[in-house]
Design a protein around this ligand. Structure first.
Ligand SMILES: C[S@@+](CC[C@H](N)C(=O)[O-])C[C@H]1O[C@@H](n2cnc3c(N)ncnc32)[C@H](O)[C@@H]1O
Length: 281
């Protein structure tokens, strides 16, 4: 559908205008979210209508009017065409999800990373997902590994409600434990020293929670997937920067870095990165 969208926009808009929209849309189920540059603001509704009319499965088009912000990591959306409903069905890696595009965080751009991490899990692992959103990472792991159990924590009540719903939808509700609260409190009070693996998919703030992630690991230690944002002049340098950043964040611990990669570019010379780091306790 992404290719179709590009073709349609290039048929209707000037080449430069269309090019400015190419990498700026997300397709989530039958909803398109598009970032429209200031210079094209006057054509916002037209762009919405073209997408809606020309691409059959699309039922709604929203313009993204703010970057992701706040504790719940929500993006501002403006409805520009079609249905206004922001509760959307989405499929990924054999799982079904209901996501709320206004009240919860969700990005299809993490799909590759979700599969990569799920492939690293082994069958009887216990996992803590500290910033779990609507349950995507957690549910994919639980579906792919029939005895894997995941503590799936989020501070946003709307996200936890959907995580519970999605866990049932995928038949993993007995093994994905959706917990509402601040990961720091929940780990300290309820889930400490139980996990083989910890996910920290909150790149803006993960560095503040390193001690909690380590606390969640079993006493023999385990793997932490540490997400961060780093500045770099190119992708190759972003990986180098990522390794330095992770080493610094875990400098108080006995660690082995297993792997690091760029998840995606999130701004000019700004990259979301992830490092897999083994912590001995
Ligand atoms: C970037 S989103 C990641 C969501 C999910 N892992 C995904 O990929 O869809 C970060 C999530 O962390 C949650 N969050 C922020 N601070 C938190 C905290 N202190 N404890 C638990 N969850 C938190 C937000 O509500 C948000 O859903």
């Amino acid at each position: 559908m992404a290719r179709m969208l590009k073709t349609i926009l290039s048929q209707t808009l000037a080449a430069e205008e269309a090019a400015s929209l190419y990498s700026s849309f997300d397709i989530i189920g039958n909803v398109v979210i598009i970032k429209i540059p200031e210079a094209l603001a006057a054509k916002k509704k037209l762009i919405g209508k073209i997408i809606l009319d020309e691409i059959k499965p699309v039922k709604s088009v929203f313009a993204q009017v703010s970057s992701v912000k706040g504790d719940y990591r929500l993006r501002g959306l403006e409805h520009i065409a079609g249905e206004k409903d922001t509760l959307v069905e989405y499929k990924e890696h054999g799982c079904k999800f209901k996501v709320d595009l206004i009240n919860t965080y969700f990005s299809p751009r993490l799909s590759t990373e979700r599969l990569r991490l799920a492939n690293l899990v082994s069958d009887y692992e216990v996992v803590t997902n500290m910033f779990a959103g609507v349950g995507t990472f957690s549910i994919i792991m639980a579906r792919m590994h029939s005895h894997c159990k995941v503590f799936s924590i989020d501070i946003n009540p709307a996200a936890v409600e959907l995580s519970q719903y999605n866990s049932k939808l995928n038949g993993v509700e007995s093994r994905v434990i959706s917990i509402l609260g601040d990961a720091r409190d929940i780990i300290a009070k309820e889930t400490r020293s139980q996990s083989d693996r910890v996910l920290m998919p909150l790149p803006e703030k993960a560095h503040e929670y390193v001690d909690c992630a380590v606390q969640a690991l079993k006493d023999r230690g385990g793997i932490i997937h540490y997400f961060a944002h780093v500045k770099a002049i190119g992708k190759k340098y972003a990986v180098e920067q990522s390794l330095l950043d992770a080493k610094s964040a875990f400098s108080n611990y006995d660690t082995e870095v297993h792997f690091s990669r760029v998840v995606r570019e999130v701004g000019p010379r700004l990259y979301q990165v992830v490092t897999d780091i083994y912590v001995h306790k």
